[in-house]
Design a protein around this ligand. Structure first.
Ligand SMILES: *[C@@H]1O[C@H](CO)[C@@H](O)[C@H](O)[C@H]1NC(C)=O
Ligand SMILES: *[C@@H]1O[C@H](CO)[C@@H](O)[C@H](O)[C@H]1NC(C)=O
Ligand SMILES: *[C@@H]1O[C@H](CO)[C@@H](O)[C@H](O)[C@H]1NC(C)=O
Ligand SMILES: *[C@@H]1O[C@H](CO)[C@@H](O)[C@H](O)[C@H]1NC(C)=O
Ligand SMILES: *[C@@H]1O[C@H](CO)[C@@H](O)[C@H](O)[C@H]1NC(C)=O
Ligand SMILES: [Ca+2]
Length: 527
C-alpha cells in the first residue's frame, strides 16, 4: 500500500490547506470526544496512476520500422522509429514517464502516408476512480501540435463519453463552432464546452508545444486570478448545478484528428513529416471521496479513498453496514470554513433502536402506541423501519433492504389489471382475458382493444356463417342479405321490407345456436 499524499503534496501548485482533516479529538464541557469535519485528499499527479490505451491498433510507429522527418528539416528524413529497438521505439508509456535528464521521451504515431485518408488516433486515459481536477490538463506535443483535436471525458468508467473541449486552427471549419477563450467565460458559463484556436495554430514546433484544458482559468472566474478566494469557489461548487461534475472525470480521451501541418497546406510529396508525437500528459487532481476522506491510496491497481465518517466504497459513496440510520449524504464545503461532515450514523444512535435502512433521516415517538417509527420513508418504502414497499411497489430481490432501488414499481397495465398492486414477484392481478406479469397481453381467443375481449370469430370454432369473413377476430363481415354477429341472420327474416321476395330461408339450426352462443359472449355489444 502506497501513501501518495505526503509524497507528492510538496510539488503541487494548488496548495489548498482547507478541508484536510476529517476529525479531531476535542474536549468540551461534556468531556472529550471526536469532532468531525468535511475533508478531502490532497491533489496528486494523476498520470502516475493511469492506464492508457491508444487506438486504432497499429497507430504507434515502428512496426514495421519507418523513417520520418520534421517540419524544420523536411528533406532530411533520417529519423527512424523502430518498435523492436528500445532506443528508437516510441511506445505510449513515454507520455507518462518522468523526464529527469531533460531529454523528451514521447509516444509517436505512424506518418500520414495514407493521405488524404485522415490520420486519426485516440489516446484514452482511465483511472477506474472518479477524480476531481484541480489544475490544468497539459498535453505536450513534440514536432508541433495537432491542427484539429478534441478532448472527451467520461464519468462512468468509459461507458458514456462527453465532449470536454474542441481544439482547431479554424473552429468554424473544423467543428462549425465559433472560437472562444476560457478567459472570456462568465460565472454562468464556467462549465461551457467550447472550441478554442489558442493551441492549434502553427508557431514553430519548438516554441509552442502545449495544449491545455484550462481548469485554473475556470476556477479563477470564481476565485479570482490568483485563486485567492477559494471560499467563493467552494461555495459555487456546492450551489451551482453540474459545476462539481464538470471537473470530475474517470477517463479522458484525446481524439487526434489532424496533425501539425507546419503552417501551410499538406505537401503530398513529403508525407513523412506528418504524425503525432506526445511527450507528456499532466493531469492534476484529487480522488473524489465525497468529502469523507483525506487519504487516497493505490491498492490492487486502483485508487481508493480511505473513508472516514463511517462511510465506505471507492468514493465513500455509501454508509457502512450498521451505520445506516439516516441516508448517506456527501460532505459539504458549507458552511465555511469547515464545512459539514454529514457523517453516517450508527443504527440505534438516534432514537432507541430505530433502524430506517437509510430511507429516512427522522424517527418519531408515537405516544399512544409506545413505539418509535421512521418518518417520511423515501425510495417508495413504508413501515415502522421503512422495511416494506409502498402499495404499487414490490421488493427487488437482488437488492438489500438499505438499497435505494429496493422497491420497484409494479407498473400494472391500467386497463388490463384489477388494480395497481402486485405480488412479491411483480405479478399484477389481471382482469378476465388479460395475462402477462403486467396484464398487458391477452389470453388465446381474446383480442386487445382497450382491454381484452373474447374473439367473436376465429377460423376454427367460431365461424362466420353464410359466406361471411372473419375480420381480426373481432367481427364477421357479412355478404349482402345477411346480418348478425356471425352473419347467421337473413335480412329477409329480420325485416320483410329488405326482402325482394326471391330469397330463401337459409338459416339452419346450427347457425341459430352459434348465434345464441355469440350473443352470450362478453363484449359483443361493443361491436
Ligand atoms: C475514437 O473514439 C471515438 C469515440 O469517442 C470513436 O467514435 C472513434 O471511432 C475512435 N477513433 C479511433 C481511431 O479509434
Ligand atoms: C476498479 O476498481 C474496483 C474497486 O477498487 C475494483 O474492484 C475493480 O477490479 C477495478 N477494475 C479494474 C478494471 O481495474
Ligand atoms: C463511526 O463509528 C465508530 C464506531 O461506532 C464511532 O466511534 C465513530 O464516532 C463514528 N464516526 C462518525 C463520524 O460517526
Ligand atoms: C434491483 O437492485 C439492483 C441492486 O441495487 C439494481 O442493480 C437493479 O437495477 C434493481 N432492479 C430494478 C428493476 O430496479
Ligand atoms: C406471483 O404471481 C405469479 C402469477 O400468478 C405466480 O406465478 C408467482 O408464483 C407469484 N409469486 C408469489 C411470490 O406469490
Ligand atoms: Ca515523456
Amino acid at each position: 500500500m502506497l501513501y501518495l499524499v505526503a509524497l507528492l503534496s510538496h510539488c503541487l501548485p494548488l496548495a489548498m490547506g482547507q478541508y484536510d482533516i476529517c476529525k479531531s479529538w476535542v474536549t468540551t464541557d461534556d468531556g472529550p470526544s471526536w469532532e468531525f469535519y468535511a475533508c478531502q485528499p490532497k491533489a496528486m499527479r494523476m498520470k502516475d496512476y493511469v492506464t492508457v490505451r491508444v487506438d486504432p491498433a497499429g497507430i504507434t510507429c515502428g512496426d514495421p520500422p519507418e523513417r520520418f522527418c520534421t517540419h524544420e528539416n523536411p528533406y532530411l528524413c533520417s529519423d527512424e522509429c523502430d518498435a523492436s529497438n528500445p532506443d528508437l521505439a516510441h511506445p505510449p508509456k513515454l507520455m507518462f514517464d518522468s523526464e529527469d535528464e531533460g531529454l523528451a521521451t514521447y509516444w509517436q504515431s505512424v506518418t500520414w502516408r495514407r493521405y488524404p485518408e485522415p490520420l486519426l488516433a485516440n489516446i484514452t486515459l482511465s483511472w477506474n476512480k472518479s477524480i476531481e481536477l484541480t489544475d490544468d490538463i497539459v498535453i505536450t506535443f513534440e514536432y508541433g501540435r495537432p491542427t484539429i483535436m478534441m478532448l472527451e471525458k467520461s464519468l462512468d468508467n468509459g461507458r458514456t463519453w462527453h465532449p470536454y473541449q474542441y481544439y482547431a486552427d479554424d473552429c468554424m471549419e473544423a467543428f462549425s463552432m465559433p472560437a472562444r477563450r476560457v478567459r472570456d467565460l462568465s460565472t454562468t458559463s464556467a462549465n461551457r464546452v467550447l472550441c478554442t484556436e489558442e493551441y492549434s495554430r502553427w508557431a514553430g514546433s519548438k516554441k509552442e508545444k502545449t495544449v491545455r484544458f484550462e481548469v485554473r482559468d475556470r476556477f479563477a472566474i470564481f476565485a479570482g486570478p490568483d485563486l485567492k478566494n477559494m471560499d467563493n469557489l467552494y461555495t459555487r461548487l456546492e450551489s451551482a448545478k453540474g459545476l462539481k461534475d464538470f471537473f470530475t472525470v474517470t477517463d479522458l480521451r484525446m481524439r487526434l484528428l489532424r496533425p501539425a501541418l507546419g503552417g501551410t497546406y499538406v505537401q503530398r510529396e513529403n508525407l513523412y513529416k506528418y504524425f503525432y508525437a506526445v511527450s507528456n500528459i499532466e493531469v492534476t487532481g484529487r480522488c473524489k471521496c465525497n468529502l469523507h476522506a483525506n487519504l487516497c491510496t493505490f491498492k490492487e491497481g486502483s485508487l481508493q479513498c480511505e473513508c472516514e465518517h463511517n462511510t465506505t466504497g471507492q468514493d465513500c459513496g455509501k454508509c457502512k453496514k450498521n451505520f445506516r440510520s439516516r441516508s448517506w449524504r456527501a460532505g459539504s464545503y458549507l458552511p465555511l470554513p469547515n464545512g459539514s461532515p454529514n457523517a453516517c450514523a450508527a443504527a440505534g444512535s438516534a432514537f432507541g433502536n430505530c433502524e430506517c435502512y437509510g430511507h429516512s433521516n427522522r424517527c418519531s415517538y408515537i405516544d399512544f402506541l409506545n413505539v418509535v417509527t421512521c418518518v417520511s420513508c423515501k425510495h417508495n418504502t413504508r413501515g415502522q423501519h421503512c422495511q416494506h414497499c409502498r402499495l404499487g411497489f414490490y421488493r427487488n430481490s437482488s437488492a438489500e433492504l438499505d438499497d435505494e432501488n429496493v422497491c420497484i414499481e409494479c407498473n400494472c397495465n391500467q386497463i388490463g389489471s384489477m388494480h395497481d398492486r402486485c405480488n412479491e414477484t411483480g405479478y399484477c392481478e389481471c382482469k378476465e382475458g388479460a395475462t402477462g406479469p403486467k396484464c398487458d397481453d391477452c389470453l388465446p381467443n381474446y383480442y386487445w382493444r382497450q382491454g381484452c375481449f373474447p374473439n367473436v370469430c376465429d377460423d376454427e370454432l367460431l365461424l362466420c356463417q353464410n359466406g361471411g369473413t372473419c375480420y381480426q377476430n373481432q367481427r364477421c363481415i357479412c355478404p349482402v342479405g345477411f346480418k348478425g354477429v356471425l352473419c347467421q341472420q337473413s335480412r329477409c327474416e329480420a325485416d320483410k321490407k329488405d326482402c325482394d321476395g326471391a330469397s330463401s330461408v337459409r338459416s339452419s339450426l346450427g347457425t341459430v345456436l352459434l348465434g345464441v352462443l355469440a350473443l352470450q359472449l362478453r363484449g359483443w355489444g361493443d361491436l
